[in-house]
Each structure stands twice: as structure tokens, then as C-alpha cells.
Design a protein around this ligand. Structure first.
Ligand code: G3P
Length: 304
């Protein structure tokens, strides 16, 4: 699995690349805003064009940088994509354009504009990364329209499921969907005490049972990781070449679980990558080895 760093902060991007584990960068308008606000505090003002150019350079050739469009209509999105591509791709040739799968916000009928834009850009050979993907169906349509990448937002799906359940959680908390499944199965058990064949049709239609089985699911999706897994499985079945980027990663365990799905890439915030390195016993071991090395006068071995 490739790792992209999910940030627009230049310092984080450069640092993460220096570790030799990062294969690309993803940004979005919120991440650009955070980075620019931080940069402004330090430098007073920021030339956004120069700043984004620096991100592309820092990533380097062969390591994609996703830049997102702003508008909701396909024609505008295509124009913006072309501008971004013309402006930043010549630097090292690594730009991907992020297009939301559906730009409908409750006003104009723009639900299919994302697909139109993806399709037109694919015909113009401008590679796209479909963003804000929350269902396998959206991913399938994006792939059919010609998306080079799709980004299922695993963390936000977890947020949605937990919020609907009324569970209190912090942004980076791990969502234990296995536990949810067990709870939901146990609850179902209350209703299904050895049903006879005759009882099955009415049980099938029973609203209470339907409710019990749908606990902790969003349209049949049990978690963000489940969403990624389903997309990977569908793409494999049909030999779809579109790459799957597990996005909206919140914690190391979630990264491990998306890695197990066989997805192509996980885009991970800088702090979550750091979290992936941590373990109490590692820290304890380092302290003990150091203390023993001092006692053994180990530094004598290391003198050049
Ligand atoms: O890669 C998508 C990401 O930037 C969104 O993450 O944590 O805001 O849901 P988050």
C-alpha cells in the first residue's frame, strides 16, 4: 500500500518525505486554509500560487499532489481543473485534480455535475481524484466516468454512523465496528428465537427486526473500513483500473484495517503517521537500552 500525506503544510510535507515512506500528497480547501493561516502567522503574508508550487516541488516527480476545484458546475470545474493543471503540472508533472463526486448542496440540481467534469477531464487526459466518496456506488460511477483515483472518506463515514447512534466520540477515536456488529447480532437474537418456517415472512417484514439489523450501518455500510473494502472488492471483480485512496484516516488502527483491504493508497495526516510509530513498550525499551549502554560504557564502541 502506498502512503500519501494528507496535509497542505509544507513543513510537514518536507519532513514526511525525508522519512522515505511517502508516495504523494493530498490537499483540500480546508487543509490549504489551515496551512495558509499558519504560514501567515509566521511570515505575515503568503503567495498561494508560490506556496502550492512549493508543495508540488517538495513531492517531486512521480509522486502525485491532489489539488481540488472550487465550483459546483461541470463547465466551471473543468475550467478550474485546466487552470490548476496548466499552472502547477509543468513544475514536475505530478498534479491530480480533485473533483467532488456530487456537488449538490440543496439548491440547484448539480448532483451529476461531478461525474460530467470527471468524464470531460478524463477525455482531456487530465487525471482526477474523486473526492467525498461515501458509498461504493459513488466510487463505481466515478470509475466508469474515467476517474484515475477515488477517495472514500472512511473517517467521515465512521463519524456519521457514530453520530446517528448517539455515540460521543473524539475525532481521532477508533471506531470498533466489530463490537457494533456483535451488539447488533445480540439484539437481533432477542427477536429470533427458533422461528418456524411459517413465521419467517412476517419476521422479514418486522420493522423492529429491520431496525435491529440496521444498527450501526449507513446504507448497509458498517464502517469507513467496510466502505473501502467494498470498493476494493468491486474494482477487483471487474478489473477496474481506478486506484482506491483510503482517505479521512484518523488513527493507526484504521490505517492497519484499510491496509488489510488491499486498497492501493492510504492518505494519512502527518500526526497520524507519527502515531503509527508509537508503542509504550518501544519507548520503555529505548530507555532501558540507553541506560544499560551507559552502564556498559558502550560509547567506547562508538568512538570514531
Ligand atoms: O483526505 C481527506 C481528508 O482530508 C478529510 O479528512 O479528517 O477532515 O475527514 P477529515
Amino acid at each position: 500500500m502506498k502512503i500519501f500525506v494528507d496535509t497542505a503544510k509544507l513543513g510537514e510535507i518536507k519532513e514526511a518525505f525525508s522519512w522515505g515512506i511517502v508516495d504523494g500528497v493530498t490537499t483540500n480547501p480546508s487543509l490549504i486554509r489551515k496551512a495558509v493561516e499558519e504560514e501567515r502567522k509566521v511570515k505575515g503574508k503568503v503567495d498561494l500560487e508560490v506556496y502550492v508550487g512549493e508543495i508540488c516541488k517538495a513531492a517531486g516527480k512521480g509522486r502525485p499532489v491532489s489539488l481540488e476545484v472550487l465550483s459546483q458546475k461541470a463547465s466551471k470545474m473543468v475550467e478550474e481543473a485546466q487552470t490548476l493543471y496548466r499552472r502547477f503540472n509543468p513544475i514536475v508533472g505530478n498534479v491530480l485534480i480533485k473533483i467532488p463526486i456530487n456537488t449538490y448542496t440543496g439548491q440547484e440540481a448539480t448532483d451529476y455535475e461531478g461525474l460530467k467534469a470527471i468524464n470531460e477531464l478524463s477525455r482531456k487526459r487530465i487525471p482526477t481524484n474523486t473526492t467525498l466518496v461515501m458509498t461504493p456506488e459513488q466510487a463505481l460511477l466515478a470509475a466508469k466516468a474515467g476517474a484515475a483515483y477515488v477517495s472514500p472518506f472512511a473517517g467521515r463515514v465512521d463519524d456519521y454512523i457514530r453520530k446517528n447512534l448517539g455515540i460521543d466520540f473524539k475525532k481521532n477515536d477508533y471506531f470498533d465496528f466489530e463490537l457494533m456488529r456483535e451488539i447488533s447480532k445480540a439484539r437481533l437474537g432477542d427477536y429470533l428465537k427458533n422461528p418456524t418456517a411459517k413465521e419467517i415472512p412476517s419476521l422479514y417484514l418486522d420493522e423492529k427486526i429491520k431496525k435491529a439489523i440496521s444498527i450501526g450501518k449507513d446504507k448497509g455500510i458498517t464502517s469507513g473500513v467496510d466502505l473501502v473494502r467494498k470498493i476494493v472488492n468491486i474494482f477487483r471483480k471487474y478489473n477496474i483500473k481506478t486506484k482506491v485512496i483510503a482517505a479521512s484516516m484518523r488513527n493507526p488502527q484504521q490505517v492497519r484495517e484499510v491496509a488489510e483491504t488491499g486498497c492501493d493508497i492510504a492518505t494519512i495526516p502527518f500526526e497520524v503517521i507519527r502515531e503509527m510509530l508509537k508503542h509504550t513498550k518501544t519507548e520503555e525499551g529505548v530507555k532501558k537500552f540507553y541506560a544499560d549502554a551507559v552502564q556498559a560504557k558502550y560509547e567506547e564502541l562508538l568512538k570514531s
